[in-house]
Design a protein around this ligand. Structure first.
Ligand SMILES: Cc1cc2nc3c(=O)[nH]c(=O)nc-3n(C[C@H](O)[C@H](O)[C@H](O)COP(=O)(O)O)c2cc1C
Length: 433
């Protein structure tokens, strides 16, 4: 969104010189940048440098002659506010709502319908201090977005998290916060693994962390889409402010999907949850059947328990049928282990035989790297072509966002009238299960 107006607030960190580089890059990309510097920031960078870099007057003093209402005017003028570098002091006073100088007053007068970005810079101990962590969490809950700190040697010589992000990352964060999707999608993301009770304290579950779903949710939120994250309790939450619900068992997830989809509200479902293939029907000990979850089974009970399992139906296969939205898109995930290209193709084809998916994200356990977001994955179309090959989760999220925007589905968009049998697609579970 070149031409957008950016209020760039600098606070007292040695990283002010790096922020100067970000100001320069934003100007080169056609943004209008107005700078505000705290008293402490002026120890690290002068108004002459800031005005030279931005081509605009720098504001520093809330009581400057002629500038009595700058703390309101500048906040209204800006399309986006960026605090860069953001010191521990300013982050903590922002979270406390203090307005003891121009920067503080501008931040308190911030209009939360517009993006507010923080690019922190500080010593690792200041960063990890509970006061700073709590303030960051509080600011995020109000809608502030964080440009992640870098990890490495800080100016004080200590090593750890707290370095100001590199200027290109700061510019990218500004651009992504200002990006307006051409079509605002309402997206339901399922995430994490189901847990099936054996007794009151034991479960059968899987190793899904929910990292993929959380990343997808965060990316779609940052791009301006409306996201609902339906995640397993204990799975990774979203970092961005996002509507969410949690589930534990297959039955919970099944019921939540029916309830959410029958509203017809969602344009797309990204079904990244790892849904258990089996639930426990009974635990048999010495010929006696115990209902799962009914109480804690005594570990000292005679013979080894035998679990009677029930195969769960495939939720994926019925997602579209449950929705009143005629053109809802479905993104499925297929995990294989050690599959070459023909085997992967066969697995995707098999899944598409029964699942009405618009895209299938295929990834293979054996190619997963060790990095936080390493997640090599291919996005397949139902015609058997690979739409995009991705190396990691951020690439996957960006590719899916683009595909879902470009591919709005059949022309017959619209919401079906409600059915009078209580829902579009009833729960897959037999009553009482
Ligand atoms: C050389 C030097 C470097 C500093 N660097 C940082 C820094 O990177 N991050 C930080 O939070 N505080 C840093 N400080 C401390 C802040 O400048 C100080 O807390 C100040 O009150 C911040 O005020 P402000 O947030 O209103 O700008 C530094 C201080 C000095 C003397």
């Amino acid at each position: 969104m070149s031409g957008a107006k950016i209020l760039f607030i600098l606070t007292g960190s040695i990283a002010c010189h790096k922020a100067g580089e970000a100001i320069s890059r934003l100007g080169q990309r056609g943004y209008r940048v107005r700078t505000v510097a705290t008293k402490a920031a002026l120890h690290f960078i002068g108004t002459a440098a800031l005005e030279g870099l931005s081509g605009e007057q720098t504001a520093t003093d809330i009581f400057a002659p002629g500038g009595a209402l700058e703390h309101i005017h500048l906040a209204r003028w800006a399309d986006l506010t960026l605090v860069c570098p953001a010191t521990a002091h300013t982050i903590n006073r922002m979270a406390a709502g203090l307005a003891d100088d121009l920067a503080g007053a501008l931040l308190l007068a911030h209009d939360w319908s517009k993006p507010l970005l923080l690019a922190p810079a500080m010593n690792p101990t200041m960063w990890s201090h509970p006061a700073t962590m709590a303030s960051v969490a509080r600011l995020k809950s109000w809608g502030a977005r964080l440009v992640d700190v870098g990890v490495g040697a800080t100016a004080c010589g200590e090593v750890g998290p707290g370095r100001l992000a590199e200027p290109e990352r700061i510019v990218a964060a500004v651009e992504s916060a200002l990006a307006r999707p051409t079509r605002r999608l309402r997206v339901l993301v399922t995430s994490g693994g189901t847990s099936e009770p054996i007794d009151a304290v034991r479960v059968i579950t899987n190793l899904s962390t929910g990292a993929t779903g959380a990343r997808m949710a965060d990316h779609f939120t940052r791009c301006g889409h409306a996201v609902m994250l339906l995640r397993a309790r204990g799975a990774r939450p979203a970092e961005e402010p996002t509507r969410e619900e949690t589930f534990v068992t297959f039955a919970d997830l099944d019921a939540a999907l029916t309830r959410l989809l029958e509203t017809g509200e969602y344009d797309a479902v990204i079904h990244a949850a790892a849904v258990g293939d089996f639930s426990v029907e009974a635990v048999v000990i010495d010929g006696i059947h115990h209902l799962p979850g009914a109480g804690k089974l005594d570990s000292g009970l005679g013979a080894a328990p035998v679990l009677q399992l029930r195969r769960n139906p495939k939720l994926l296969d019925t997602l579209r049928a449950r929705s009143r939205h005629r053109a809802m898109r479905v993104v499925a995930f297929k995990l294989t282990q050690g599959a070459d290209e023909p085997t992967a193709r066969a697995a995707v084809t098999e899944l598409l035989k029964h699942a009405a998916a618009d895209f299938v994200v295929h990834n293979d356990l054996s190619t997963r790297g060790t990095g936080e977001d390493a997640f090599p994955a291919d996005i397949w179309r139902p015609d058997g072509s690979v739409a995009v090959r991705c190396r990691n989760r951020p690439e996957l999220a960006a590719a899916l966002e683009q595909l879902l925007q470009e591919d709005p589905g059949p022309a017959s968009e619209g919401i079906l009238p409600p059915r009078n049998d209580g829902g579009v697609g009833a729960s897959l579970l037999p009553p009482g299960s």
